[in-house]
Design a protein around this ligand. Structure first.
Ligand SMILES: Nc1ncnc2c1ncn2[C@@H]1O[C@H](COP(=O)(O)OP(=O)(O)OP(=O)(O)O)[C@@H](O)[C@H]1O
Length: 134
């Protein structure tokens, strides 16, 4: 799992699509990072920025990691995937934080995947995920 720091400005909630299906993951974090829009300029990103995941620095980080063929999810995406870390979706708790059931979508597709999302305790603004094991 890969974890990231985020700012405290995350306000987005969200609902999940009703078109959810269980998918066996061959690799967690498996969606290619090529989905990152390489045409964005620094000024485009900075003018759109609301949190670290939308800054030019984070964008650079994503493009540098392109070689490993992993998709990096933003905190907003994981927050939405778990309905704002709903207690009703909590499936476990480890030494470093709680684990939630969630659903994430693949880019350019209606495919939905069930995942386990761990929200780390430190400041409460990091999260990571793996495939859901039932
Ligand atoms: N991929 C998963 N699918 C389903 N349930 C999971 C998954 N990962 C964790 N869980 C649930 O969450 C609980 C806590 O998992 P976690 O990985 O946080 O444990 P841990 O290794 O003790 O944690 P930590 O690394 O924080 O000490 C597990 O016991 C399990 O019930």
């Amino acid at each position: 799992m890969k974890c990231f720091y985020f700012t405290k400005d995350e306000e987005e909630g969200g609902t999940l699509s009703s078109r959810e299906s269980k998918v066996s993951w061959v690799r967690s974090l498996s969606v290619a990072s090529s989905s990152v829009d390489t045409r964005k300029s620094r000024s485009d990103l900075d003018s759109e920025s609301r949190d670290f995941t939308e800054t030019f620095e984070f964008y650079e980080f994503l493009t540098q990691r392109r070689a490993n063929d992993l998709r990096v999810f933003s905190f907003s995406e994981l927050k939405m995937a778990t309905k704002s870390f709903s207690r009703g979706l909590m499936i476990g708790e480890g030494g470093f934080g709680c684990v939630y059931r969630g659903v994430v979508g693949a880019p350019c597709s209606d495919l939905k995947m069930e995942v386990a999302v761990k929200r780390l305790n430190r400041h409460g603004f990091q999260a990571c995920f793996s495939s859901l094991i039932l």
